[in-house]
Design a protein around this ligand. Structure first.
Ligand SMILES: [Zn+2]
Length: 406
């Protein structure tokens, strides 16, 4: 049975650091977690075991185009039909594209991530490509699939009455067969009748529904022009989305509406910053009690490592809270760990306890910049670099191991 001795484990739903005489797993399950005293600080280093991280929002497809959006607006880079992303992805053959997905999932594993929620473009073929990458790397992709061909013309969207054309219905069925759920760029890309159809089809198949909302004020304005309702309200009432990403420009009323709905949201502060957009109201979302995830968004904008995202999100939330005590660094780390549970359920716990899946990363807190930390969790959130990740496991399978670590 593989094991670690004399380590520190961030234990349970509170991610509380404890000494651990023995941490062992057998097959896919944690079998021994011999917990000792709480260990908020270190005197002379330790190996620190954290839950394997979940990236709450990616588009790994365009990791084939690192920094390709530099100098482009959100619309120029990412909107269909002529956005840079869609033009360039259409040029790549399957054989050219797959190695990029594999390389970036390896980068995730290398930086402590075991799973990502991917808004995969290019229809069912795009979803299958990501499935094939995951089969090689062991990094779990929760695939939220998007139409390859936009089903409606601008005039049909403005009228907001058409139902899905037959061709789109067939594409939806093909996507549901291979993916874990459905996603679209914005609520303004489909009619309300189409959203209702998709809601029924995904519910029947037991699949997830996800959407981008309020990334910029244009999302809300276009939705109001189309249906007299904002995009967040439609995402909740018409589409009944499980996961809503961005909320960059959410108002106090919209944050209250989201909190009341009980939906999970994902913030992507570095991607928003890179595009010159406002930063997401992480402090207000946390204060309102929204179950919040953290994502790196497009591979084109960010390498898919959560380590710098945790650091950025923590400091952003600190600045927004404007006091010395809020938020607790553990609240930020929960965005990449335990907060996945309400959305996915099943084997997805995001925490470490005996009997739960062996999904974890081992961090080298013997490094000079970590070994004397006065606050283990704050240092996990703000100081760990990729070189400090010794190993990453998902369900007991080694996804990454530093050759220096035996
Ligand atoms: Zn996105």
């Amino acid at each position: 049975m593989p094991e670690l001795r004399d380590c520190v484990v961030l234990h349970g739903p509170d991610l509380a650091p404890h000494r651990c005489a023995r941490f062992a797993w057998e097959h896919d399950t944690i079998t021994v977690l011999d917990l000792g005293a709480p260990c908020p600080a270190l005197e002379a280093g330790a190996r620190v075991v954290i839950p394997g991280l979940t990236n709450g929002h990616t588009h790994i497809g365009d990791s084939a185009l690192p920094d390709g959006a530099t100098g482009l607006t959100l619309e120029e880079a990412f909107f269909r039909p002529a956005g840079y992303k869609y033009r360039e992805l259409a040029r790549l053959s399957r054989e050219e594209h797959l190695p990029h997905l594999i390389a970036h999932q390896h980068h995730m594993a290398r930086t402590g991530t075991v799973r990502h929620l991917d808004f995969r473009e290019q229809g069912a073929a795009g979803a299958q490509l990501l499935r094939d990458a995951s089969a090689q790397t062991g990094v779990e992709a929760i695939i939220l699939n998007q139409f390859n061909t936009p089903p409606f013309s601008a005039a049909e969207l403005a009228a907001n009455s058409a139902s899905l054309p037959e061709s789109a219905r067939a594409e939806l069925a093909a996507m549901i067969a291979v993916a874990d759920g459905f996603s679209e760029s914005t609520m303004n890309d489909l009619t309300d009748a189409a959203w209702r159809e998709i809601r029924v089809a995904t519910s029947t198949a037991g699949k997830l529904r996800a959407i981008h909302c309020l990334e910029s004020t244009a999302y809300r304005d276009s939705s109001l022009a189309m249906s007299r309702r904002g995009d967040l309200a439609r995402a909740i009432d018409v589409y009944d989305a499980h996961l809503i990403v961005h909320l960059t420009v959410a108002s106090a009323e919209e944050i209250a509406l989201l909190a009341c709905s009980g939906k999970t949201a994902a913030a992507n502060p570095r991607a928003n910053a890179t595009l010159g957009l406002p930063l997401p109201p992480i402090a207000a979302l946390l204060r309102a009690g929204v179950n919040l995830l953290l994502g790196t968004d497009n591979g084109m904008l960010n390498a898919p490592s959560l380590l710098p995202e945790l650091d950025f999100a923590y400091k952003l939330a600190k600045s927004q809270c404007a006091d010395a005590v809020s938020p607790d660094p553990a609240a930020i780390l929960k965005m990449a760990t335990v907060n996945i549970r309400p959305l996915l359920g099943g084997d997805h716990h995001g925490r470490l306890e005996r009997g739960l899946p062996a999904d974890f990363a081992v961090l080298d807190f013997h490094q000079p910049h970590l070994r004397h930390t006065r606050h283990v969790v704050a240092s996990v959130v703000t100081r760990v670099s990729p070189a400090d990740v010794l190993a990453t496991y998902r369900q007991g399978r080694e996804l990454w191991r530093d050759p220096r670590w035996t």
